[in-house]
Design a protein around this ligand. Structure first.
Ligand code: BGC
Length: 884
């Protein structure tokens, strides 16, 4: 390892740790570090737990008595919906998880105590399974607690990481980690999949908000603090809970090309380490027990194929990367903890399948997160067979199990009792308690970034009459973002967050409901009657896979969805009415909003603050005596785009440039990283306050040409560029459906049927897992089909229902679902006569209204359901209206 000479001197002055030969010792707090180290090679990181010989002896002793089956059981982590306590005991599994939006008995409002009883049932089953053995290995439960214990009803929900990045307060991060750990422990759980230390470099990535910043320095400063907060120092303080933290996603998840989730990162190894790897350096030093592998690929010659003899080309997926997992993370960096896979992540490696993880195990993964029962059974038995046949060495298995046992020791699991008896579970006052919510409110206050304040319109006087408008004025989903009681955060209501408060409610609490008027769509209010218009706008909630802005779109907020365009219209109306406009923007990333900023007198980036909206009013509204209670403290954690296509940051970290805070003067940067106004800091830049920002006009689309022929999608005359496919939960990549013979898919059975021609229709029996059946262009290329809108075409198909839908069914056409939306056709299907062919017809204009963009369609038909349904489907077409 080497560093820039200059930096070594600087760091040795600042760091409370020291350098010793090739080993970086960061034994103390890193929050005093004000400059990022530069590494020319992967550093060896000394973690705070020195392996204790007693502990290692204990681990070896247990390992020596374990059967191969017991070892493999420790290495597999099934999901609770596909695992019973009896199975957990039978296979002696080491751990289980519950996915986001999964709760016992599908009850969203499951309490912490009820969660603990569920976890307890599994824990006890595994414990009993060890009863006739000379040793026991405690079972663990893992959850995605990424902004508070967000899957738990009534939990404290903290701002998402991007907001915490804006707060730029490492101490606060540690406290949030501690509070989150307590609320996880209250459920009898032991492990969280956090923190995310991604360094998102492209705003289009749908997980941008999960990263603290696009600046590796902030991520570096935060990662260790969050790990310390979650895992707890070994302390006598009973209020400190020790929850295993997983630093994720190793590595380069934020660097994928075009910001595509699970995509391909193509950067140099120097950048991989100094940009995307810095969070791991501080997290590992702080003693993180687990690292989770990224779904993405690192396309680089160093990322070699470790089993070239099998002939299949390795697709550079991190889950198969022996270079980055074994050689770099474990060998060079000296990580002695556990490498866990992401959800079925091994299945995306070209050399694995969902049921066969040999290549991933040999790359160095220790625990495999596998969802479906048939897959975890298959990987379990395959792994045993692979060891017996010498395809996976016993040494590799022992290495994995040793790490798992080490993690369990360090987390103190042998000292804890069964979940329902733990102190944190018995203490009913932890979940969503006052102290935690006060902390969340403080985090909200500190995360707000003031981008404009013309004529010091902020702070608002307490006695003002306030008009509250905009799509986010009273919208809990937009405040919370994804990973909030549900996965995507789109199926939750205010009732699901008993402590939470929307902005509208927070304002009413402060100024009195008689002094504010809520009109989100500005349909009835007369703007002239109010002193201030508080316009809350923002992105709809999303999470992984679904939040990406597609490569053919721009960053222009108003162009992303019709409802966002409506927000701009509201601002225009208010401007015409000469209102004093304060705009609050909720989002998981900066977007192009020049016009909206011009239309506003004040503009605040509020990120995804969660439930404590009173943290916003604390800063926006003066106290009763006219004083300012709280000033703005937030600073942009990433630059803000000046143009619609300023997608990615290419700014090298300061450690690489050796420059102190380079001022970003590039034309595509509107506000540099670190920008943020405050009440005290009066010097206002003319660029941002007085002069109107330039409006960036994108290239005009060529005019659409009216379609002349119907589009045959599935049926005897269907175009051969299309293929029929199926995809769904645990199987998102999807696969082609055979048009000749029956297919037994994970999601149900499919069989070609004669309808208008030979085998031109498909019979499907969906078994209740999330499933979609769709027709897509074979080469996945989207087509410009706006011509069909011009002739008022409809999407039509024939369907014969044998078992009517047991829940919602959606119809869509898109090039990426659900970023293009869908139409709910459940009632149309329920009205159809069972057992008879019926034609369902939906005008394309209706699909457009729900978000389909006809300029980019590679899937002219998709049916989506999360419930059981049995049907035959045929003759799918886009019909042209006779009269057009
Ligand atoms: C996500 C991870 C998450 C895991 C378990 C995956 O799809 O990528 O970040 O921890 O699911 O829910």
């Amino acid at each position: 390892m080497s560093t820039h000479g200059q930096d070594v001197r600087f760091m040795s002055e600042r760091w409370t740790g020291a350098y010793s030969g090739a080993v970086v010792i960061i034994s103390a707090r890193t929050d005093s570090v004000s400059m990022l180290p530069y590494f020319s090679d992967w550093p060896r990181v000394q973690n705070k737990y020195q392996s204790r010989s007693q502990e290692e002896k204990h681990i070896r002793a247990i390992l020596g008595q374990m059967t191969l089956e017991e070892k493999v059981g420790q290495m597999i982590q099934p999901e609770m919906q596909q695992l019973t306590p009896e199975e957990a005991g039978r296979y002696k599994f080491g751990s289980a998880l519950n996915g986001a939006g999964v709760w016992p008995s599908r009850n969203k409002h499951t309490s912490a105590k009820e969660w603990a009883s569920t976890v307890d049932a599994y824990w006890v089953a595994v414990d009993e399974a060890f009863q006739r053995r000379p040793f026991r290995i405690p079972f663990m439960w893992a959850v995605d607690a990424i902004h508070g214990n967000n899957n738990l009803f009534g939990a404290t929900i903290f701002p998402h990481n991007i907001g915490l990045g804006a707060a730029n307060d490492p101490r606060l991060i540690e406290q949030i980690g501690q509070a989150t750990a307590r609320e996880i422990a209250a459920c009898g759980m032991d492990w969280t999949f956090a923190p995310t230390v991604a360094v998102p470099r492209d705003f289009r990535w749908g997980r941008h908000f999960e990263g603290y910043s696009d600046d590796p320095e902030i991520v570096y400063r935060y990662a260790g603090c969050m790990v310390r907060g979650l895992q707890g120092e070994t302390s006598a303080d009973q209020s400190v809970c020790r929850i295993v933290s997983s630093v994720k996603h190793w590595i380069g998840d934020g660097g994928t090309c075009c910001g595509i989730d699970r995509g391909i990162t193509e950067c140099s190894e120097e950048d991989l380490l100094n940009v995307h790897g810095m969070g791991y350096v501080s997290a590992l030093a702080a003693g993180a027990y687990v690292v989770m592998v990224s779904f993405s690929s690192w396309k680089h010659f160093a990322n070699y194929d470790h089993a070239p003899e099998d002939g299949i080309v390795y697709n550079y997926k991190l889950h198969g990367s022996r270079y980055l997992i074994h050689d770099v993370l474990k060998q060079k960096m000296g990580f002695d903890g556990v490498v866990v896979t992401d959800w079925d992540g091994h299945g995306e490696v070209s050399k694995c399948s969902l049921g066969d993880a040999r290549y991933a195990f040999n790359a160095g993964v220790d625990v495999l997160m596998v969802e479906a029962r048939r897959d975890w059974q298959s990987v379990y038995f395959n792994a045993i067979e692979d060891v017996q046949a010498g395809r996976i060495s016993l040494a590799r298995i022992d290495d994995a199990v040793e790490r798992i046992l080490r993690m369990k020791f360090r987390a103190g699991l042998w000292d804890t009792t069964r979940p329902i008896k733990r102190a944190a579970v018995r203490n009913a006052g932890i979940t969503g308690c006052e102290a935690h919510r006060r902390l969340a409110r403080e985090a909200v206050r500190k995360s707000l970034v003031l981008l404009k304040n013309r004529s010091n319109i902020l702070p608002i006087q307490l006695n003002s009459r306030i008009l509250l408008t905009g799509s986010a004025a009273d919208n809990i989903q937009k405040q919370m973002g994804g990973w909030s009681l549900s996965w995507q955060g789109i199926d939750v209501t205010p009732e699901d967050f008993p402590h939470a408060c929307t902005l509208a409610k927070a304002v009413a609490k402060v100024v009195g409901s008689e002094n504010c008027f809520l009109d989100p769509l500005l349909q009835s209010a007369n703007p002239g009657e109010f002193d201030v218009a508080l316009v809350a706008i923002g992105e709809d909630s999303y999470a992984e896979m679904k939040g990406d802005i597609r490569p053919w779109r721009t960053l222009e907020y108003a162009a992303l969805k019709p409802s966002y365009f409506r927000d701009r219209e509201i601002l225009q109306t208010l401007r015409k009415a000469h209102s004093n406009i304060v705009t609050i923007f909720f989002s998981g990333r900066p977007l192009y909003l020049n016009e909206e900023i011009n239309l506003s007198d004040a503009f605040v980036a509020a990120w995804l603050p969660g439930g404590e909206a009173e943290g916003i009013t604390d800063v926006l509204i003066r106290a009763e005596d006219g004083s300012i209670g709280h000033d703005f403290q937030g600073r942009l954690p990433c630059r803000w785009p000046a143009t619609k296509r300023a997608f990615a940051t290419h700014q090298p970290p300061r450690s690489l440039t050796n420059a102190i805070d380079p001022i970003e003067i590039q034309p595509e940067v509107l506000f540099p990283r670190g920008f943020g106004l405050s009440y005290r800091k009066k010097e206002l830049s003319a660029r941002h306050n007085a002069i109107d920002l330039p409006i960036n006009i994108g290239p005009a689309l060529p005019p659409a040409i009216p379609a002349r022929r119907p589009l045959q999608v599935l049926g005897p005359q269907a175009c051969d560029k299309y293929c029929l496919r199926i995809a769904g939960n645990g199987f998102w990549v999807g696969s082609d459906v055979s048009r000749c013979k029956p297919t037994d898919a994970l999601l149900g059975r499919l069989e070609p049927i004669d309808y208008l021609g030979a085998k031109d229709a498909i019979a499907a029996d969906f078994n209740g897992r999330i499933a979609s059946i769709y027709v897509r262009t074979e080469d996945q290329q989207p087509e410009d089909l706006r011509g069909y809108l011009l002739v008022k075409a409809s999407l039509a198909f024939d369907i014969k229902l044998q078992l009517p839908p047991q829940g919602t069914v959606l119809l869509a056409c898109h090039d990426c679902y659900p970023s293009q939306g869908a139409v709910n056709i459940t009632s149309l299907l329920k009205a159809a006569t069972q057992g008879h062919w019926t034609t369902i017809r939906v005008p394309l204009s209706e699909l457009e209204r729900h978000g389909s963009e006809f300029q980019h369609i590679n899937t002219p038909f998709m049916l989506y359901t999360e419930n059981r349904m049995t049907f035959v489907l045929g003759n799918i077409r886009w019909e042209i209206c006779e009269s057009s």
